[in-house]
Design a protein around this ligand. Structure first.
Ligand code: 5GP
Length: 190
């Protein structure tokens, strides 16, 4: 069994609304040594993809994105959640429906930090329906950059986001892939 899958079985809790809680090590409290091992696993998968920037969205993907970036020796760009409708002309923006908060956010990234020379790896904590990743892909495209891959810690494969992203021709590599989450039980993909 994969590293993160074992950890989820030991420490994860299933909440209502198809939400898996792993914030005891992934993002509320962070087990840095463990996230470092996950970052290394991501690096091993994408090391020949010529990545020069990691893009995530605040706040829950930041820890994993930073620990991954040290292996690529690149910067981490954090998409900010912006409440106002008046988005400044100096930013790229995309509307993203939040799975956990059930609200729409506008994600913004300063034009100063993303451009046509960027070969981007998108990193986040969870991949569910794929909306967060689709928003980040849109932002990279607006900047003229290239999405080289997507790596989320936990992919709930049955929610469809994985397939949507793969259909776009993107290399999607998740560290734990959940096939089913029912009656308090988690079943991983083979
Ligand atoms: P998506 O946009 O793919 O539907 O959902 C991904 C986003 O929703 C992630 O950024 C993550 O913060 C949140 N999310 C989705 N499913 C879960 C879950 O089961 N547990 C937690 N903690 N967050 C989730």
């Amino acid at each position: 069994m994969r590293l993160l899958e074992e950890k989820i079985l030991k420490e994860g809790k299933i909440l209502s609304g198809d939400v898996l809680k792993v914030d005891c090590f992934l993002n509320h409290q962070m087990d840095v040594a463990f996230l470092n091992r996950l970052g290394k696993e991501i690096y091993e998968h994408f090391k020949s993809a010529d990545i020069n920037k990691i893009l995530t969205v605040e706040a829950s993907g930041i820890g994993l994105a930073c620990l991954t970036a040290q292996f690529f020796d690149c910067k981490v760009l954090v998409g900010k959640k912006h409440k106002s409708l008046n988005v400044s002309p100096d930013v790229y923006s995309a509307k993203v429906y939040s799975y956990t908060h059930k609200t729409e956010n506008t994600i913004i990234v300063s034009k100063e930090y993303l451009g046509k020379d960027d070969k981007v790896l998108i990193v986040d904590d969870f991949l569910a329906n794929g909306n967060a990743c689709l928003g980040l892909i849109d932002i990279v495209k607006q900047a003229g950059g290239e999405v080289k891959g997507i790596s989320c810690a936990v992919e709930k494969t049955y929610q469809g986001g994985y397939q949507k992203l793969v259909n776009l021709g993107i290399d999607v590599y998740s560290l734990a892939r959940i096939k089913k989450m029912e009656n308090g039980q988690i079943e991983f993909m083979e």
